[in-house]
Write a protein that binds this ligand. Structure first.
Ligand code: ZN
Ligand code: ZN
Length: 78
């Protein structure tokens, strides 16, 4: 899983300490960065939505057998 707490506090501290942002602004930035990070780690097939880590070779073949991930269906013809 993604260590969002650690990443979050790193980003917030960076923007407060180095950039002089307010805590609220720093939190907003952290929110945006983490949302982007998470969406990059989640399968873009809307029927899937599992973490890319759950895919074979981090590609589009999902290891969750009950999943409807399109690419998985292609690799698993019945
Ligand atoms: Zn999936
Ligand atoms: Zn998938």
């Amino acid at each position: 899983m993604i260590q969002t707490d650690k990443l979050w506090s790193q980003i917030v501290h960076y923007y407060i300490d180095k950039k002089g942002y307010s805590k609220e602004d720093a939190n907003n930035i952290a929110q945006r960065i983490i949302t982007r990070e998470i969406s990059r780690k989640i399968c873009h097939d809307i029927l899937c939505g599992h973490l890319v880590d759950e895919h074979i070779n981090k590609k589009n073949q999902c290891l969750v057998s009950s999943c409807n991930c399109k690419e998985f269906q292609i690799g698993d013809k019945k």
